[in-house]
Design a protein around this ligand. Sequence first.
Ligand SMILES: Nc1nc2c(ncn2[C@@H]2O[C@H](COP(=O)(O)OP(=O)(O)OP(=O)(O)O)[C@@H](O)[C@H]2O)c(=O)[nH]1
Ligand SMILES: [Mg+2]
Length: 448
Amino acid sequence: MEDTIVAISTAIGKSAISIVRVSGPDAIQIVSGIYRGVDLLNAPGNTINYGHIYDGKEMLDEVLVSVFRTPKSYTGEDVVEINCHGGIFVTHKVLELLIRKGCRPAEPGEFTKRAFLNGRIDLTQAESVMDIIEAKTASSHKLATFGLRGDVRKMIEDFRNEILSMILKIEVNIDYPEYEDEEQITTEYLKPVISELIRKLKIILEKSETSAILKDGISTAIIGRPNVGKSSLLNSLLKEDKAIVTDIAGTTRDLVEGQVDIGGVILNLIDTAGVRRTEDIVEKIGVEKAKMTIEKSDLVILVFDFSEPLNEVDEELLKMTADKTRIIVVNKRDLEQKLDLEAFEDYLLLSTFDEGDIEKLKAKIKEIYKLSDLSDLDYTYIGNARQIAKLKQALKALEDADESISMGQPVDISNIDLHHAFDYLGEILGEKHVSIVDELFANFCLGK
Ligand SMILES: Nc1nc2c(ncn2[C@@H]2O[C@H](COP(=O)(O)OP(=O)(O)OP(=O)(O)O)[C@@H](O)[C@H]2O)c(=O)[nH]1
Ligand SMILES: [Mg+2]
């Protein structure tokens, strides 16, 4: 990495201080050229130095300059952080000045990318940095801190080492058949070992999928006929009047979204247009969107009206959501019953006007996702979609290895699959396929 990069690392806006961060081989030299105070060139690492920033003769700001020397810095390079007074204008002036003096504006996430490329952190840790920034609940934050600490890396590495020792044994056997001291690796020997690896990986995957819920939340669609009280339900869950509620059927025409924290997990709620047979173009589009929302969501809350008999559309909605995780809500329990409850296996009878009823609905969601167990959840699992996808590929490779043994193939065929599994796990840590690196870090904010 030859060039020296610069970015404003704090949010742009008026604040008490803002930080301009510089990283690279010339970081200290470039900053010392615009700074008056102690001799920065000889300042030891991990020090904070008082002084002023000058553009030629013009003093721009009174600052504190933190100096970190390679390799003991966030990026592993020389890093200088200039703590300016947090004005938008002055911070940009300092940034411009540094660019004029030879720094290159950093790409989003480039500081963390350098930390990764310089071996300061692995990919799971880098991703955790972003997860910490984006964490919206206590539990997703905790999950990210465990990733940052390297616990996830350790878990994956341990597992990967087990596969590696298997591969090594097989290869010693193949390469040195005359070596009598080595244990003979046969498919009979391999089969139970691979089965055990598959069992363990499945546990890791299952726990990781729960972790993913912690991180991303549960996307929840509220679906039903017009006027059953979907928007009222959204508002009651959010405890605010987000969606318009009227007694006119067809009030909601577009999707309305909101978030609520239940037991440490974010419920990403989407209120949809009522589904009915209609010739109205605008409403038809709304109905299509409702259908698409069902497809995309983790959980469907299907709402019915206690005071209306079931009709064809209701039947269709029941069919449409049969394979989804769903909760059937029968709303308006305060009105006279016209709905035959026999139509449902499991349902929650409620009124959106009743706070206690809304709590019951939340309790039901917690039960479905076992959220009450969250406090004793082991946070050493991964909650990142990219990493989970790699875990699944590794599992598939192990299953392929198992299958070829069952089909009577020789050991070296399974060995190829074991190699694949090993590589996929390596990709979780960022050890292979560096191309994903650019994509990943581009999602970071500037100055991180
Ligand atoms: N009696 C009674 N009325 C309710 C209840 N919940 C909602 N309503 C009323 O039902 C009517 C329709 O409510 P909305 O929330 O707009 O219904 P919606 O399903 O979003 O309707 P669309 O957007 O048209 O699909 C409003 O007049 C609400 O006040 C309830 O528990 N009991
Ligand atoms: Mg509505």
